[in-house]
Design a protein around this ligand. Structure first.
Ligand SMILES: Cc1cc2nc3c(=O)[nH]c(=O)nc-3n(C[C@H](O)[C@H](O)[C@H](O)COP(=O)(O)OP(=O)(O)OC[C@H]3O[C@@H](n4cnc5c(N)ncnc54)[C@H](O)[C@@H]3O)c2cc1C
Length: 377
């Protein structure tokens, strides 16, 4: 297989410590979290203590000032263990667009795991078409008053602080969207149900309600009515993050399948001896190596601040399609065992489906790529 070149020895040393932490401190509790439909707060604090949260946050706010490759290591090691948690997505909004006061107040607590963040964009009536959101933030003196509803918000139950996409100028479409920080303690903020999902059961995903929630105008993130472009900037990172996860899961699924089919026998030979098994795994492995090369190249571009949203969309589209296809085709080789949740391939299968929907559906990725082909951005 083509050797990866983006990581240094230091990143690999960090990877070894992250892998140990994930195996010792997270994996043994994962089933309990799946039953509770959320991760314990204690795990967030432990992850903070181990330096796994917001790795690239600046040192002056309590971070280690590391490069994004350290975040990538954490994302990969969690994905390898079948764990998906949105641990640094929201903090990057504060780090990139926050005022000095917002950074000082929130970043140290997010790095330590004391404060859990959520990014609330989607609404019951608007997901792919974000400019159609209806939650409003109306300026009253030195405050904003927020009214509306969000849905499918990751960390919705656990979150202490939310970045909420609101309309500050409802007549202006995408040019009327602002991002506002909302503390979960604000009167009028309510969490709805922790939604029951077909996969990613340990990740809490919720409805959220805002009923005359008053926040100071200083909670505005970035400039008023510029929220849409801030979201677009950060969505490239979110899409790259998902692509990183998806390639790891595809690699992992192929490895589980090789290991299993080497042992399992049928018709006096191993399942791995059938040419069909080898050909199918050879195809998947080749596509995964190609996907890995694309995603690593995107990581390298992101590190230089040169990752184009179109490249990020291509990486997400390719990696997520491959992820879903690989776990499905690999599961087939496990026969009935592949349908049993005690086998990681079964969990990977139910967790996979979301990757073609969340963070921008596959069709939205194609729309972005298609527009660029025709010179429209
Ligand atoms: C587990 C989970 C976690 C999530 N976490 C978050 C979160 O933390 N924060 C947040 O804000 N949101 C979150 N979401 C929401 C997620 O990003 C949206 O579900 C996603 O963007 C799709 O929006 P929608 O569900 O409204 O689907 P719709 O916009 O209604 O689209 C439905 C389908 O229509 C098709 N479609 C839509 N537009 C087009 C088009 N232009 N061309 C062709 N086909 C199209 C696609 O197939 C799409 O899947 C989460 C969702 C899930 C399920």
């Amino acid at each position: 297989m083509i050797k990866r070149t983006i990581f240094t020895e230091d990143h690999e040393l960090f990877r070894a410590s992250v892998r140990k932490f994930v195996e010792q401190d997270l994996v043994p509790h994962h089933e309990k979290w799946e039953e509770a439909c959320k991760v314990d707060r204690e795990a967030w604090l432990k992850a903070g203590e181990a330096g796994l949260l917001c790795c690239d946050a600046p040192e002056e706010y309590g971070g280690s000032g590391a490069d994004f490759l350290y975040n990538a290591v954490v994302i990969e090691e969690l994905a390898r263990a079948g764990i998906t948690v949105h641990s640094d997505m929201m903090a990057t909004y504060i780090a990139s667009f926050g005022t000095e006061a917002q950074k000082k107040t929130w970043l140290p607590k997010m790095i330590s795991g004391e404060v859990i963040g959520a990014l609330a964009m989607t609404e019951p009536g608007a997901g792919s078409d974000l400019k159609a959101i209806r939650t409003t933030a109306v300026r009253h003196g030195d405050d904003y008053i927020i009214n509306g509803q969000k849905v499918y918000i990751s960390n919705g139950q656990n979150s202490d602080l939310l970045v909420v996409a609101c309309k500050t100028n409802p007549a202006a479409g995408a040019r009327g969207v602002s991002l506002i920080l909302v503390e979960a303690t604000r009167p009028g903020f309510k969490r709805g149900k922790n939604l029951k999902k077909i996969g990613l059961k340990a990740q809490d995903t919720s409805e959220l309600f805002f009923d005359d929630v008053r926040v100071p105008a200083s909670n505005l993130l970035g400039e008023e009515n510029k929220g849409f472009s801030l979201l677009m900037t950060k969505l490239a990172r979110e899409r790259l993050t998902q692509a990183i996860r998806s390639i790891v899961v595809a690699e992992q699924a192929i490895q589980w399948t090789v290991d299993y089919t080497k042992e399992r026998k049928a018709f006096d030979q191993t399942i791995g001896d059938f040419q069909n098994t080898r050909f199918k795994l050879a195809e998947l492995a080749t596509q995964t190596v190609a996907g890995r090369a694309l995603v690593d190249q995107c990581i390298a571009l992101f590190m230089k601040n040169e990752l184009d949203p179109v490249d990020a969309a291509m990486a997400k589209l390719y990696a997520c399609d491959l992820h879903v296809k690989t776990v499905d085709e690999c599961l087939q080789f496990f026969g009935g065992y592949g349908y049993m949740l005690e086998y990681p391939i079964a969990r990977a299968y139910i967790d996979a489906r979301i990757v073609r929907i969340a963070g921008g559906a596959a069709e939205i990725m194609k729309q972005i790529i298609g527009k660029s082909l025709f010179g429209e951005r």
